[in-house]
Design a protein around this ligand. Structure first.
Ligand code: ACO
Length: 321
């Protein structure tokens, strides 16, 4: 699986945030594990970062843009509601054969994209699928709300999913789930058909993320564990066989709790949220690409990716490298 990632150059540290809201580096580090995050400038959008990550992934896979059959972009921060950010990237890449669409499954979006890519390939509807997770969360963050603004960051990760001759290689199994009854815990209430953008929605700051992090904490752990166990069951594998766990990077305490329940030692868990914060749909593909480049993912390794996010949604994917 060819991979690539991109993140804006600008860094915002916890100490920078101390100047914006009533918070401290210590609170953010101890409660979340985050130390800095990458923040987009005015010219950087989800499409520009997705394009950069996609170019790197295609190079890594040795595949030309014209050979791509589908572009799937998981994001809650598209360049605009429509056209799809995937179509903007399709044009920039010159991927003239590709169908392109965005999908919104919150932080689980990249897992959903992998699951769809796998299904498209298995059903004979494409051979080279470009799956991208990208977010520009800084542009929907309320920089006066300490409950959320310390958590999020921007970035993109991409993967080229292709068929494999070897039965036990590549994407072995995927698992996706949702529960809309808890959707109110994490939302962006303004700008859609329920609350179309108006002076009122802007005054009420409805164009920014609203999150009840406290009530999400437990469901996040339970659902990630459920997804991990379910995908392992589907593949008739056990957690001892996992070489690397790549969890959604929302909170170090959530990651540690998930790893503990799966009986995985810390050295088998990839963590980079100290550097990026929570980049939602981009967090897993950025981590996968980094882990590969650091040599932490070797041939025949079993990688478990597991996510949880807005919707609520959750899911997991098992990859044999
Ligand atoms: N700085 C200082 N104090 C703060 C901050 C801050 N940035 N934020 C909150 N606090 C305060 C609260 O006001 C509260 O004060 P009080 O006790 O006087 O009322 C206290 O800290 C504790 O607040 P909690 O919300 O209980 O803190 P908690 O330990 O739960 O940590 C956090 C909050 C980090 C948000 C955690 O709950 C979390 O990570 N939740 C899960 C988030 C998540 O997974 N979201 C889904 C994925 S995100 C996505 O899909 C985009």
């Amino acid at each position: 699986m060819g991979t690539g990632s991109a993140a804006p150059e600008k860094i915002l540290t916890n100490f920078d945030l101390e100047k914006l809201v009533d918070t401290s580096d210590e609170w953010i580090r101890v409660r979340t594990g985050i130390e800095r995050r990458h923040i987009a400038d005015d010219k950087t959008t989800s499409a520009t970062m997705a394009f950069e990550a996609a170019q790197k992934a295609l190079k890594d896979a040795g595949i030309k843009p014209k050979a791509i059959d589908h572009i799937l972009i998981a994001t809650v921060t598209p360049d605009m509601p429509f056209p799809a950010t995937a179509c903007i990237v399709q044009e920039r890449l010159g991927a003239t054969k590709a169908a392109a669409m965005d999908l919104n499954a919150g932080c689980s979006g990249f897992i959903y994209a992998l699951s769809l890519a796998d299904a498209l390939i298995r059903s004979g509807n494409g051979e080279n699928i470009l799956a991208i997770g990208v977010e520009t969360l800084s542009k929907i963050t309320d920089w006066t709300d300490r409950n959320t603004c310390v958590l999020f960051g921007d970035g993109a990760g991409a993967a080229v999913v292709t068929p494999t001759e070897e039965k036990e290689k590549g994407l072995i199994a995927t698992y996706t789930q949702s529960d809309g009854s808890m959707g109110r815990l994490l939302m962006l209430p303004g700008g859609g058909s329920r609350n179309p953008t108006s002076l009122h929605t802007v005054e009420q700051r409805m164009h920014f993320v609203k999150m009840n992090g406290h009530d999400l904490f437990r469901p996040a752990i339970l659902s990630m564990v459920e997804a991990a166990v379910s995908v392992l069951e589907k593949a008739h594998l056990s957690s001892e066989q996992i070489d690397l766990l790549i969890p959604h990077q929302a909170n170090l305490r959530i990651i540690d709790a998930v790893a503990k329940k799966l009986k995985l030692p810390r050295e088998k868990v990839y963590v980079n949220l100290d550097e990026y914060g929570n980049t939602s749909a981009a967090s897993i593909p950025i981590a996968l690409d980094e882990a590969k480049r650091k040599g932490l993912v070797k041939t025949d390794d079993l990688v478990l990716m597991v996510a949880f996010g807005a919707g609520l949604t959750w899911g997991a994917a098992l990859l044999r490298v």
